[in-house]
Design a protein around this ligand. Structure first.
Ligand code: XMP
Length: 478
């Protein structure tokens, strides 16, 4: 008996190539990369930054959402810290700033200066003791009236302000500001209560980047990761309250019973407010069980990541291309999108992941070392680098031991990840542009003008080591 024949073959990105098809697509610009991250959350660009502590906090999330992707803030922070990171993204851009930074009309100049420095803004809305709009104050106003002592001596008073109503739309606000030649428009409700602030900068930025990922209020969208133990329900509620647009229930073995149960528990805790992603799995059964538990997207990948050692340490994993294909087929029956997580080294891998059935691709290593990734720049062997590490690595576990109230089920008894350093890289937007360029090209070769067509039209061939060698540049080998 040939016992080996019962073992299925599983393939990875390097084992295959996309086959060029007859294509009616004339230019890569004709290709639409619009997709779904979850059932309800749409992205113009199918790329998501990984919830790792050396990849995604607020600054990466802002960059990703601006370019049409999404950032998932990692969970190895206290609940308060993680909620604050989410709130930072939500404040970065908005059509209406609903809770603008304010100062009291009777506050001192020193107080106003302190508030401006603390919030990093050059202007404050002035309110009275009952939070009625009293005026506007800029740092210039303070410089112009040096002898004044309190805010109301230097501010532009309410009587001279151009003001909108609480229900003023973005278009109306733009018109009012253009007519009056002002850059900021405070909004008031009944009784002149301050209700928000619209800035020309935000409106123009919004108009310039129609592809950016935003919520219904024009704020940048952001996802946040949670675990399946300890404070995870409290964390889920706090993140939703802070404005998270999706929760990513993320553990190494997403097909564990307690992970499946956690999906329903989270759904119950937060209601229908935001979509819930669950993972990671690498089999059709795993994907199906998460769909049945109520997941709005399934994250796929056990061991393909650039700093993962699960496959070496535990001997467990499924090569990523086959894992994505199996899970995508299972998820299609439930109309649930798949996120291909880990193992992307080249733009062509993104095209292959999407062709295999993923709707989005999660990127860790390629975004580490960018200016937006968390962590300090350090010099090692004369090179300027940033630390990048697996979330199940020993150094990551050690760092977390110092933080209180963190539940560490992610870290197994033996580390399943490593730490490394990566050279400083281009901004995240450049990395994403490059990856999307490759994807667009792969789509046009595959006669796919949309992600759905890529799922339907793309075909693979399996290649040999000789084929792989031929694929990489070899003119320089001498
Ligand atoms: P890339 O290849 O883009 O992959 O760097 C990012 C993904 O890797 C996973 N990850 C880990 N997997 N041990 C693992 O087995 C780890 O320590 C680890 N840290 C991250 C994770 O899915 C991430 O999105």
């Amino acid at each position: 008996m040939n016992w080996k024949s019962d073992i299925p073959l599983a393939l990875s990105y390097d084992d295959v190539m996309l086959v060029p098809r007859r294509s009616g697509i004339r230019s890569r610009r004709e290709v639409d990369t619009g997709t779904r991250f979850t059932r309800r959350l749409r992205l113009a660009v199918p790329l998501v930054s990984a919830n790792m502590d050396t990849v995604t906090e607020s600054s990466m999330s802002i960059a990703m959402a601006r370019i049409g992707g999404l950032g998932i803030i990692h969970r190895f922070l206290t609940v308060e810290q993680q909620a604050r990171e989410v709130a930072r993204v939500k404040r970065a851009e908005a059509l209406v700033i609903e809770d603008p930074h304010t100062v009291r009309n009777d506050a001192s100049f020193d107080e106003a200066r302190r508030l401006m420095a603390e919030h990093g803004v050059s202007g404050l809305v002035v309110v009275d003791a009952d939070r009625r709009l009293a005026g506007m104050l800029t740092s210039r106003d303070i410089d112009m009236v040096p002898e004044a002592r309190v805010v109301e001596d230097a501010m532009t008073p309410r009587s001279r302000l151009v003001v909108g109503r609480i229900d003023t739309s973005g278009d109306e606000a733009l018109e009012i500001m253009r007519d009056a030649r002002v850059e900021k428009l405070p909004l008031v409700g009944d009784g002149d209560q301050l209700a928000g602030l619209v800035t020309m900068r935000d409106l123009l930025q919004h108009a310039e980047r129609p592809e950016s990922t935003t919520d219904a209020r024009g704020r940048l969208a952001v996802g946040a990761a949670i675990g399946v133990r300890g404070d995870y329900l409290e964390r889920a509620r706090a993140l939703v309250a802070a404005g998270a647009d999706a929760l990513v229930l993320d553990i190494a073995h997403g097909h564990a019973e307690h992970a499946i149960q956690a999906v329903s528990a989270v759904r119950e805790a937060i209601g229908d407010a935001v979509d819930v992603v669950a993972g990671n799995v690498a089999t059709a059964e795993g994907a199906r069980d998460l769909c049945l538990a109520g997941a709005d997207a399934v994250k796929v990948g056990v061991g393909p990541g650039s700093v993962c050692t699960t496959r070496i340490v535990a001997g467990v994993g499924v090569p990523q291309l086959s894992a994505v294909m199996a899970c995508a087929e299972a998820c299609a029956e439930h109309d649930v999108p798949v996120i291909a997580d880990g193992g992307i080294r080249y733009p062509g891998d993104v095209a292959k992941a999407i062709a295999a059935g993923a709707e989005t691709v999660m990127i860790g290593g390629l975004l580490a070392g960018t200016p937006e990734s968390p962590g300090d720049v350090v010099t090692r062997d004369g090179r300027r680098v940033k630390v990048f590490r697996g979330m199940a690595s020993a150094p990551a576990a050690e760092a977390r031991r110092h933080a209180e109230d963190l539940d560490d089920e992610f870290v197994p008894t033996v580390p399943e990840g490593v730490e490394t350093v990566v050279p400083l890289r281009d901004p995240a937007s450049e990395i994403v542009r490059n990856l999307v360029g490759g994807l667009r090209s792969g789509m046009s070769y595959s006669n796919a003008s949309t992600i759905a067509e890529m799922h339907r039209n793309a075909t693979f061939v399996r290649i040999t080591v000789a084929g792989l060698n031929e694929s990489h540049p070899h003119a320089l080998r001498g």
